[in-house]
Write a protein that binds this ligand. Sequence first.
Ligand SMILES: *Cc1c(COP(=O)(O)O)cnc(C)c1O
Length: 389
Amino acid sequence: MKAQTKILHSIPADELTGAISTPIYQTSTFVQDAPGVNRGYDYSRTNNPTRATLEKLVAELEGGSHGFAFASGLAAIDAVVKLLAAGDEILAVDDIYGGAFRLFTHVYQKLGIGVRYTDTTDVAKVAAAITPRTKLIWIETPTNPTLKISDIRAIAVLAKAHHVLLCVDNTFASPAAQTPLALGADIVVHSATKYLAGHSDVIAGVVVTKTAALGDQIKFIQNASGAILGPFDSWLTIRGIETLPLRIAQHSKNAQAVAEFLQTQDLVRNVYYPGLSTHHNHAIAQQQQQYFGGVVSFDLQIDEADVATQLVKSTRYFQLAESLGGVKSLICLPSEMTHKSIPAEIRRRAGVTDSLIRLSVGLEDAEDLIDDLKKAIRVATGRLATAAF
Ligand SMILES: *Cc1c(COP(=O)(O)O)cnc(C)c1O
C-alpha cells in the first residue's frame, strides 16, 4: 500500500454509525457499565476517541509505536523534556526554534536540567559536545529560518553509542518528506500547527516514540501534565493530514521554483533552500528527505531592514504573518518578527541578517507567486515608486 492510500485507509469508519468522517467526541467523561468497568474510555484527559484516531494516525505516518497529541508544538516539546531529571543535560541544535530555546533556557535550566547548544550540521561538533550528563540530543532539520540540515543517521549512531536519546523536531519536513525514526531517532515531535494540519487554522503538537517503553513514559507525562489536544482540534488535524503527501509534493515543487527564481535576482544575496545544489548540506538532504519542503529564505545585497521591509510589504499573495506550513503563502522578516527577541549579534551570527526574509511557499500557482516576488523586488529596488497592482 502506498503512502496516500495508507493515510486515508488507516482512519477507520466509525464503528457505531459507519460515519466516514471521524466523529468529534466532544465529551469530558464516559458513562461506566459498573464502577471501573468502561468501554475503553473513562475521562478525556486520559483518552478520547477522536484524539486516539489522530494519535494512531501520526504513529503510523512516522513509523513509531505510539503517537500523542498535545495542545501545541511547545506542549509536545515540554512533554519530551519531562523524560529528564534534574542534573541531566540537553544537547541542542544552536539554530533552534525560538520557543524551544525559551523553554530549555528559561524554564528548565532553573529546574536543574542543563542545556548546551552546538552546530549539529557538523557531526564532529556533536561528538565533542556530549558530556556524561547528556541525556537527550535535540535537533531540527531543516532549521528555521536558514534551513540548515543535520545528518540524522550519523547523529543517531553517536547517540546510541553514548546511550543518549535522539529527538528530532520534524516540523519543517513533515513525515511525507522525512521519517527520522527510520533513520535511528528515538522520538519525533511536531508543531502540527504547521504542515500536519496545514491550513493555518489550529495550534497543535505531536510526539511519536519509536518504542512502546518510551511511549508508556510519554503517555504517563501527557496524562499527568494534562496538555492534551481537544476533540475538535484533533479532528481538524486529522482532516489536514488526509492531504499531507499531496500538499508537501506541491509545496516543494513551488518552493523549488521560487528558490531558483530568487537565485537569478541581482538584489538577492543568499538563497537558503535544501533543494538547491548550492546548499551546503544538499547531499545529506537528498539522502534523508523525499521532498525539500515549502520554506525558502533569502537575504539582500543591501542588508538593511528598511529595504527588506519595503519588499515584505509589497507582496500580494505572500501575506505578512508569522507561522508557516499553510495552504496560503506567507512572508516574514525574522529580524523584526519571529527572531526579534534574540540579541542582534547572536542572530546575525546564525545567518539571520537584518534583511533575511522567510517565505512559507503555499499552494497558489508557482507562476503567480514568482510574479508577485518579481514585482515586490522591483518596488524594493526603487525602480517603481509604488506597487503596480
Ligand atoms: C512553530 C514551531 C514550534 C512550536 O509549535 P507551536 O505549535 O507554535 O507551539 C516548534 N518547532 C518548530 C520547528 C516550529 O516551527
